[in-house]
Design a protein around this ligand. Structure first.
Ligand code: SP5
Ligand code: ZN
Length: 344
């Protein structure tokens, strides 16, 4: 299978991430995708293509225009009003609705309007990486619709925590959602998204929650115990026209190993098969790995091979979009283990 990549990912890096009341070195760092790329070359998974350029309209098809404008303008305004030596990050949040219709003037207020947490800041050139990551996803979708059986979009930054007008959890533009909407715009009737990142794909869920043309399934750590905490429960099934088109399978932290995971995977695949999508988009995070530094599932490297084999049995045109995974030593092996089932 072919991979799409953009070297522009390295334009995005932050000085710190905040958790447990502390500023720490970032788990989400540029190395991550370089390790994956190296493993793709070593194992000869297939050729690596550079992302094509696409119009911003494809991003605005799932995100508010004002939010995309904010992402583009943020750094320049941060430099004028705040400290150019530090990451642009929110310190105040809009949790009341009085100002919802207002585009705030100050960068502090804009950051707060468009952030859900402290783990999505922006650096000097972050926007270029964010835009390129969406282009990586769009290029993969374009190749898929052009007749490829399966594609891998090696996106960074990740996307699945980003909703229509909120950045969160290392995510800015929802790459999988942008790709799904592109497939619909190009003539697909139904798209399924399967999110197998350790964390619930709350951004993806929220974008498609009231729509029937995109079925969203997610297998993830129980939000009673894990980020993103405020979404991902089994009783969230979609609303209005989207009722029945959202499936959450939360699993317990600490105890989830292959037997439990395999059952959940099969359950999500059965639901996807009966939805009969034209294409499948897999939000592929490998932070379900037993040695992941911020996660608590117990999948081994061999288990990722089993995931790939099981998914391939769906026999759907499939676009893999890269999301999380922070055990950099094994991130390449685990990712390629999933994808290998699709190599010719
Ligand atoms: C794309 C993706 O995987 N985003 C994940 C965002 C997770 N953010 C919350 C992380 C909380 C980490 N707690 C760390 C405890 C380390 N001992
Ligand atoms: Zn994750």
């Amino acid at each position: 299978m072919k991979t799409v990549f953009s070297p522009r990912h390295s334009d995005h890096w932050l000085r710190y991430e905040y958790s447990g009341g502390q500023a720490k070195p970032c788990f989400e760092k540029p190395d991550r995708v370089e390790f994956v790329k190296r493993e793709i070359l070593n194992r000869r998974l297939g050729s690596i293509l550079l992302a094509e350029e696409f119009s911003l309209d494809h991003l605005c098809a799932v995100h508010d225009e004002s939010y995309i404008r904010f992402l583009q303008e943020c750094w320049a305004q941060w430099v004028k009003e705040m400290n150019p030596e530090l990451d642009a990050i929110a310190t105040v949040f809009n949790r009341q609705s009085f100002a919802d219709h207002i585009e705030p003037r100050s960068i502090e207020a804009r950051l707060g309007k468009y952030s859900a947490d402290l783990t999505a800041g922006l650096g000097p050139k972050s926007w270029y990486a964010i835009e390129a990551s969406a282009h990586v996803a769009l290029s993969g979708a374009k190749q898929l619709l052009g007749g490829e059986k399966a594609m891998f979009s090696l996106c960074r930054p990740a996307g699945h925590h980003a909703s229509a007008a909120l950045m969160a959890g290392y995510c800015y533009v929802n790459n999988a959602a942008v790709a799904a909407q592109y497939c619909l715009d190009q003539g697909c009737d139904r798209v399924a998204i399967l999110d197998i990142d350790y964390h619930h794909g709350n951004g993806t869920q929220s974008i498609f929650y009231e729509r029937s043309e995109v079925f969203v399934a997610s297998i993830h750590a129980d939000p009673d115990q894990e980020y993103p905490f405020y979404a991902g429960r089994a009783d969230e099934c979609g609303a209005l026209k989207g009722l029945g088109a959202n499936l959450n399978i939360p699993l317990s932290l600490g105890t989830t190993a292959w037997p439990e995971y395999q059952t959940a995977l099969q359950q999500s695949m059965d639901a996807i098969a009966s939805y009969k999508p034209d294409v499948l988009i897999v939000s592929l995070g490998v932070d379900t790995y037993e040695e992941d530094p911020i996660s608590h599932f117990r999948l081994s490297s061999d288990d990722f091979t089993k995931i790939g084999k099981q998914l391939a049995a769906l026999d759907l045109p499939s676009l893999f979009v890269f999301e999380g995974g922070y055990a950099v030593g094994a991130i390449g092996v685990n990712t390629v283990n999933v994808l290998e089932a699709y190599s010719e």
